[in-house]
Design a protein around this ligand. Structure first.
Ligand SMILES: [Zn+2]
Length: 520
């Protein structure tokens, strides 16, 4: 017995040093990041005949961002890890991830196709146990979205005739910051709505980039819906506002350690070059009129998507209600986002939203949207975040933009214009504390009161009719309110005026806008 133990011990010792040189860790590729690693123990056990199984146990330490030189009281983040291990084939490897989360992170054998570790392989939070069947494996917090990918997508998108791309400036480390301007150039700009979207202030938040990419793909779609959107809107898209951070595999900062997200209220001497570039670009775009909608795309570790809605007390009632309208429109017909997921904070000048508020007040709806890394709506049994469901979520985002800005898109049209109505059947009320379009509602004085909406020049086809159910502007919408409610289908035989008659179910029923969605 004792002899066997000694033999086994010798076997382990001899093999440990041998094996240690067998698994190599490195991050010599774009966005790669790892602080350090430490072999805790290793063992090789005989399995069958001559076969043996090597088990290695490593502690992985994610790398912290540099200390923020602008504000040294902030603690640096180490969320992002993305490293390569070689020599792992047929080895059972235990990895304990420190300084960051390992909640079913991703691995890839070719650095292209990424897959989540299974629940069994990650049954204990922070611990990954897997037997690898290829020699090289890449491990990361979420599917990377690199500067090179952004560059190649920008190149691809720029081939569309409705896209004009320019470099708005350079990062601290001299990487270009491209911006797309998307609109139908055949249509005059004068009455178009203006939407700004940017992403990757925080480099670790790659799900936000997959969502943003899908959104741009949809805006540039060849379908009628996308073409109509481009006729009535100018989109300014800056995919990466922190190129150095993404390129260098940082978590929440640029390569200098500065968190660009909170660098908007600093004096010039402490304002980072990227933020200066953005301020200058926004100033030039808004010299004639403000941006209508400004979306700041992020990802968060909470298990839900969210908007960061600014409180009414730090803004005003109408602005608060408008943010809720956007949020509730996004949650419409959306399995991945509910208004119960909303987050609230006071407007603060260190963020881009606060900087915009100081300049444009409630004329620009500037807001942050976050996608999760893990799963949606706190539902661990539901779908885990993937490029596929972020693509679906992007359609909800685009529909919400279309509805909020009341774009004249005939295949998805918000209508609030009514023909004259009977005053003995309806009263018209105004309130800034309701979530609605244009700040008014019709209140039915009796059941079956009718109201007729009207819209000109609608092409033939079938339209699904929805009514907006206005609810109070509160943190959690009462059940059944602040959403589109399906009423009926209506068929338009030939192009022309389309009238839609709706009926109050009961006295006190509220009507505001209706939505006409072309179904065929
Ligand atoms: Zn963020």
């Amino acid at each position: 017995m004792q002899k066997r133990n000694i033999t086994l011990l010798l076997f382990i010792i001899l093999n440990s040093s041998f094996l240690f040189s067998q698994v190599k860790f490195d991050t010599n590729f774009e966005s790669g990041c790892l602080g350090s690693y430490k072999l805790i123990d290793s063992v090789t056990i005989p399995v069958q005949g001559k076969d043996s199984l090597t088990i290695l146990n490593y502690n992985i330490f994610s790398r912290f961002d540099p200390l923020n030189p602008v504000d040294t009281s902030l603690s640096p983040s180490a969320r992002w890890y993305y490293f390569r291990m070689t020599g792992v084939k047929n080895k059972l490897i235990y990895l304990t991830v420190n300084n960051s989360e390992a909640i079913r992170p991703f691995f890839s054998y070719d650095n292209k196709n990424f897959e989540r570790f299974s629940a069994d392989e990650n049954s204990k939070r922070g611990r990954l146990i897997k037997l690898y069947d290829r020699d090289t494996v890449y491990i990361c917090h979420y599917i990377p979205y690199t500067y090179s990918r952004m560059e190649s997508k920008v190149k691809e998108w720029s081939e569309n005739k409705d896209v004009k791309t320019r470099n708005i400036g350079y990062s601290h480390d001299s990487l270009a910051m491209p911006m797309l301007r998307i609109t139908d150039s055949q249509v005059k700009d004068k009455n178009k709505k203006i939407v700004w979207i940017h992403g990757r202030s925080h480099p670790s938040e790659s799900p936000a980039s997959w969502h943003l990419e899908a959104l741009v793909n949809k805006i540039l779609g060849n379908d009628k819906y996308a073409r109509e959107i481009r006729k009535s809107t100018i989109f300014y898209i800056v995919p990466f506002i922190n190129p150095d951070g993404v390129y260098g595999g940082y978590s929440r900062s640029s390569s200098t350690g500065v968190n660009l997200e909170i660098n908007w209220d600093r004096p010039d001497s402490l304002t980072m070059p990227e933020v200066k570039v953005l301020k200058k670009t926004i100033d030039s775009i808004t010299s004639r009129k403000p941006i209508d909608l400004f979306l700041n795309m992020h990802s968060q570790i909470a298990n839900s998507a969210t908007y960061w809605i600014h409180t009414a007390k730090s803004t005003n009632d109408a602005f608060f209600a408008k943010q809720l309208l956007l949020s509730n429109l996004t949650s419409n017909d959306n399995p991945f986002y509910s208004s119960a997921d909303q987050s609230f904070s006071d407007m603060a000048p260190r963020y881009v939203e606060g900087w915009m508020w100081n300049k444009f007040h409630d004329r620009t709806l500037a807001i942050t949207f976050e996608t999760p890394y893990t799963y949606f709506r706190e539902n661990i049994k539901g779908e885990w975040v993937s490029t596929q469901n972020l693509d679906k979520l992007a359609l909800n985002s685009l529909n919400a933009i279309t509805d909020l800005l009341e774009l004249p898109v005939k295949s998805r049209l918000v209508v609030y214009k009514t023909k004259s109505y009977r005053r003995r059947d309806w009263s018209k009320i105004k309130s800034a504390q309701m979530v609605d379009f244009n700040g008014f509602q019709f209140v039915a004085k009796k059941a079956n009161a009718t109201l007729e909406y009207s819209v000109s020049n609608m092409e033939s086809g079938t339209y699904a009719v929805y009514k907006w159910v206005p609810g109070p502007a509160v943190n959690v919408s009462p059940e059944g309110t602040n959403r589109w409610q399906y009423l009926f289908d209506i068929t338009q035989k030939r192009r022309g005026n389309l009238s839609v008659k709706v009926f109050a179910g009961t006295e006190g029923d509220l009507f505001n806008a209706i939505l006409l969605k072309k179904v065929q």
